[in-house]
Ligand binder design. Structure first.
Ligand SMILES: Cc1cc2nc3c(=O)[nH]c(=O)nc-3n(C[C@H](O)[C@H](O)[C@H](O)COP(=O)(O)O)c2cc1C
Length: 183
């Protein structure tokens, strides 16, 4: 089983990465292969809201007019059997790099062609509130909403806060194992 892990954190050694590493360990324990992508270094523009009505080529063809790193990442998603998305919690919500990516992915997925090999794909989300510790559940809700709109099967969403990160690592590992086993 191939799993793609997507992180909205700019910090490869940070709290979000720690949480994601635990999920990755669980996946690997059960024989799943993993690839990790960090969004901040990628070139992913925000949606241009093409056309007067705000709908663009994406609605008609499931493609985006912007030539950047989006299409390569979408292809990786299509090739994967399951996807894990992890984000640091910013303002009780998704990080900006993840938001920019998902805003455009959601539009592609409004069209049948864009939804291809995404619809029904299992997805797990992890939201890490690493400051005061508030907002992880609200961030999970945001993620659930946009991922369901894209057509993923959202199988799990795990809110984590700085204060419980260490105690949640075994749970995250088990969740990774579960994701691999349920395929
Ligand atoms: C713009 C911004 C907003 C933030 N909002 C929250 C928040 O709502 N709740 C919280 O606990 N931490 C908040 N934080 C702290 C981040 O969640 C914390 O730095 C993050 O977990 C770090 O993840 P990382 O180690 O992967 O970079 C915020 C940080 C930034 C930069």
């Amino acid at each position: 089983m191939k799993t793609l892990l997507i992180s909205g954190s700019r910090n490869p050694q940070g709290q979000t990465a720690q949480a994601m590493d635990a999920v990755r360990k669980g996946l690997s324990n059960k024989g799943a292969s993993t690839e990790t992508v960090f969004l901040p270094p990628l070139k992913i523009e925000r949606c241009r809201q093409c056309d007067e009505g705000g709908w663009g080529l994406c609605r008609k063809e499931g493609q985006c007019v912007i030539a950047d790193d989006l299409s390569g990442l979408v292809e990786k998603i299509r090739q994967a059997d399951a996807v894990v998305v992890a984000t640091p919690v910013y303002y009780s919500d998704l990080s900006e790099s993840l938001r920019a990516f998902l805003d455009r992915l959601r539009r592609l997925c409004t069209h049948e062609t864009g939804r291809q090999s995404i619809k029904g794909k299992p997805l797990m989300g992890v939201c890490v509130a690493g400051g005061g510790g508030g907002g992880a559940p609200a961030c999970c809700l945001s993620l659930e909403k946009i991922m369901s709109t894209c057509g993923f099967e959202v199988v799990d969403l795990i809110p984590v806060r700085r204060q419980n990160l260490q105690s949640k690592l075994p749970i995250l590992e088990l969740a990774g194992q579960g994701l691999a086993e349920n395929r």
